[in-house]
Write a protein that binds this ligand. Sequence first.
Ligand code: HEC
Length: 160
Amino acid sequence: MIYSRPLIITILISLIIVFAHACGGNDTSERPSGQTGSAEPALSDFELEHGIGPVTERIELADEFDPDLVEKGRNIYEMKCEMCHNMEGRMVGPELGDIMERRSAEFVMNFILNPSGMVREHPVGQELLREYMTAMPFQNVQEEEARAIVEFLREYNELN
Ligand code: HEC
C-alpha cells in the first residue's frame, strides 16, 4: 500500500505533537510545589537581604553615631579584622571602607558572627568565597561587639 507524501507528513506531525504533549505537558505538576530540585534550603527574604546568622530582625540605627560604641568597634576591628581587610582596596578579604553602602548592618553582623554559614549557604557569601578563595574565620566576636564594629564602619563610611 502506498501512502501519499502529504498523508505521511500529517501523521508524523500529529505524532510529534502527541509526544511533546505527553512528555512536557504536565512536568511541573509531578513535582511537589516549592521544591526546586536543588539540595539547598530556600532562604527567606530577610536572609537574602540581611544574611544568615543570629541577627534575624532589623536593628535600630540612630542618625547620630555613639562615640563610645565607635571607639569599642575600632579597637576590635584593629585587633581582629585589620590583618585581612583594608578600608581602601582588597587584601585577603574585600575592602570595608564602603561596606555600609553595599550591605545592611544586619548583613555585616551576620557575616562577622557566622562567616562559615554565610559562605556555605548565602549566594553573596558563596560568590565572595569564589572570588577571595580564603574562608573568613569566626573571630570569636560577640553580638554586641559586632554591633560596635558596625558603628565604627558606619562612622568611617560617613567621614571618608
Ligand atoms: C583571615 C582573614 C580574615 C579576617 C581575620 C576577617 N575577615 Fe572578613 N572576610 C575575609 C574574606 C576572605 C572574606 C570574603 C568571604 C570569604 O571568602 O570568606 C571576608 C568577608 C567579609 C565581609 C563581607 C564583605 C562583603 O562584601 O559583603 C565582611 C562584612 C567582613 N569580612 C568583615 C570582617 C570583620 C568585621 C572582621 C573582624 C571581626 C573580619 N572580617 C575578619 C577574611 C577575613
